[in-house]
Design a protein around this ligand. Structure first.
Ligand code: GTP
Length: 597
């Protein structure tokens, strides 16, 4: 055990976590030339395209230092707020963390939030100043920033370049010298932390764990404490680039487990594995059942594809335990599903996977967060509102609560004004303002989650010209004055376009929604009134004017192939449209409320 080191890499997005991981694997010979891919730890296609580590993994490296053989377990952490619970469990499986800071960008919001998570878990922090090869790097200044943040000595900061290989050996030496070896007792009952799982269609779910005490053996009868289910350990092993089956994994080490579990839901990140006959008395702390934060309806574009959509969603859920869904129906869209996601990125990923892996064309409705409503009849009973249409009638409504978050934003001093205005517009209340350096300020706000899950990132980027980073954590439910704004097209209410909006903004947003819908819904053979209403009261109105000309009219007399092309093009454009009554609504219109500015 004394020669094992368990560590993770924490960094703000794009500061070089994956590149550094890659470099370390390279240097320790964990990778053969043939196995080399661009970024080894992100192996889903989608991940590579987006450059975001979606699912955490782990990898073991062997390293000889001063004649001694060390085992270094690198536990990868996802880099996006949607997956922050997974980050916290990966961190809990380590004794040390490389804190990677971009030498040009310096400390950003996620640097700090991940650092706090690491400190809460008593991790030894090794600061790495990455990208020193960049001409725009500011090594002295950024080292000062790191020293200020950590209260460490400047000599502890390792200058590095994951790109050129500067500092890699120093980093490996620091991991061995500074990160403590795992403690734990191999003779106690088994106690292992699940920090990740991966779905494998052939072998079932692979569970990744860190043994805290005891050992886990091939064939052992084991139990998962939180789910209460028991299994036989068909296979255990360590994670090199390929899995290496072993007879047992001991206290302090990291490995994988295969038990024939077929559904991702059965394996919960944060759960404790123990022996079924001789269980530990202590579950590892910090277990949480991850809850979806954002809800939206997903409907097939073609109503006949409903059953196929259900099958596709079920298959997706097998390998993505955080996706939840249940059937719902909409007067406008027919049968579909209300789905829960960890965040907007997760929603986009699911939508994309449905299209790529299952060839489904779907309509996604306005996303919303989960509200608590209370009625006058039963003021203590929570009515969970995951869909605007579930909000009780205004006359029976006692109160509504909405989820709040603590938002942390780091920006340059020049942009404090615009950032504050944006946060206030988004119903934020400033709780703190700290100058990290003369140039850089950290602002903290309490804000409604609903205001930030949607277009907040983009707005923040634009008001700060890219010089702001952002992170958030939930802080519970707070009372709020919410109303449901309904949309009527051609005098018919379209339930899938309803949104829950703070009463103070309802008129303004209702008006903007009508304007936006007018712009997004194609003109048809007749005039279409677009109205916004709260209850029976109309609060805004626009009209989509009737179309006068046939699109193909200008081709008359022209050659037929050109005409066909135009019709094809029209058909393609139509793919993502749904006819509601006699009005064709394109996908973008369902998202209109998110894009009002
Ligand atoms: P996420 O996976 O999105 O969290 O990002 P990451 O932190 O893993 O960053 P990644 O390794 O993908 O690096 C981001 C970009 O920085 C890539 O284009 C890298 O090629 C580049 N990069 C990483 N390290 C260095 C470095 O030391 N020097 C230079 N010049 N570029 C680097």
């Amino acid at each position: 055990m004394k020669n094992i080191r368990n560590f993770c890499i924490i960094a703000h997005i794009d500061h070089g976590k994956s590149t550094l991981a890659d470099r370390l694997l390279d240097y320790t010979g964990a990778v053969t030339e043939r196995e080399k891919q661009n970024q080894l730890l992100d192996n889903m296609d989608l991940e590579r395209e987006r450059g975001i580590t979606i699912k955490s993994h782990a990898i073991q490296m062997d390293y000889i230092h001063n004649g001694e053989h060390y085992i270094l377990n690198l536990i990868d952490t996802p880099g996006h707020v949607d997956f922050s619970y997974e980050v916290s469990r990966s961190i809990a499986a380590c004794e040390g963390a490389l804190l990677v800071v971009d030498a040009a960008q310096s400390i950003q919001a996620q640097t700090i939030s991940n650092l706090y998570l690491a400190l809460e878990n008593d991790l030894e922090i090794i600061p790495v100043l990455n990208k020193v090869d960049l001409p725009s790097a500011n090594p002295e200044e950024v080292t000062d920033d790191i020293v200020d943040l950590l209260g460490c000595d400047p000599s502890e900061v390792i200058p590095a370049s994951a790109k050129t290989g500067i500092g890699i050996e120093e980093i490996l030496t620091a991991i061995i010298d500074r990160v403590p070896a795992p403690k734990g007792n191999p003779d106690e009952p088994l106690q292992a932390l699940i920090f990740d799982s991966v779905y494998n269609p052939f072998r079932g779910v692979e569970t990744y764990f860190r043994v805290i005490n005891g050992k886990i053996k091939k064939g052992q009868h084991i139990k998962f404490i939180a789910t209460g289910k028991d299994y036989y350990a068909d296979e255990v092993g360590t994670l090199k680039l390929k899995q290496q089956p072993k007879q047992e994994i001991n206290a302090g080490d990291v490995g994988y487990l295969i038990t024939g579990i077929k559904e991702a839901k059965e394996v919960k990140v944060g759960d404790t594995i123990t022996d079924a006959k001789n269980p530990t008395q202590n579950a590892i702390g910090g277990f949480e059942d991850v809850k979806p934060m954002v809800f939206a309806g997903i409907y097939p574009v073609d109503t006949e594809d409903y059953e196929e959509l259900r099958t596709s969603m079920e298959k997706l859920q097998l390998n993505d335990a955080s996706l939840v869904f249940q059937p719902e129906s909409s007067a406008a869209l027919g049968f579909g599903f209300r789905c829960g996601f960890l965040g907007m990125l997760h929603l986009e990923i699911i939508q994309e996977r449905l299209e790529r892996e299952f060839d489904m064309t779907v309509i996604t409705t306005v996303p919303n967060v989960s509200y608590y409503a209370y009625t006058n009849k039963n003021p203590d009973e929570i009515v969970i509102v995951n869909n605007p249409t579930d909000l009780p009638e205004p006359s029976t409504l006692n109160r509504v609560e909405e989820p709040f978050i603590k938002a942390s934003i780091i920006t340059k001093a020049d942009f404090v004004g615009p950032v504050m205005s944006l946060c206030i517009e988004k119903r934020g209340q400033i709780t703190n303002q700290t100058y990290l350096t003369q140039e850089r300020v950290e602002l903290t706000f309490d804000m409604p989650l609903a205001e930030i899950v949607f277009d907040f990132y983009d707005r923040l980027k634009s008001v700060s010209r890219g010089y702001a980073s952002f992170d958030y954590a939930p802080i519970g439910m707070r009372e709020s004055k919410l109303v449901r704004v309904d949309i009527l097209l051609n005098s018919q209410q379209v339930d899938a376009l309803s949104a829950l909006i703070h009463a103070d903004n309802a008129y303004d947003i209702g008006k903007k929604m009508c304007e936006k819908l007018k712009e997004l819904i194609p003109r048809q053979q007749f005039d279409i009134p677009v109205q916004a209403a709260i209850g029976a009261k109309i609060i805004a109105r626009e009209t989509i004017k009737a179309l006068r000309k046939d699109v193909t009219a200008k081709c008359y007399g022209g050659d037929i192939s050109r005409k066909r092309k135009l019709l094809e093009k029209q058909k393609k454009g139509k793919k993502r449209m749904r006819a509601v009554g006699n009005v064709e609504i394109p996908q973008q219109a369902f998202m209109a409320v998110l894009k009002l500015n």
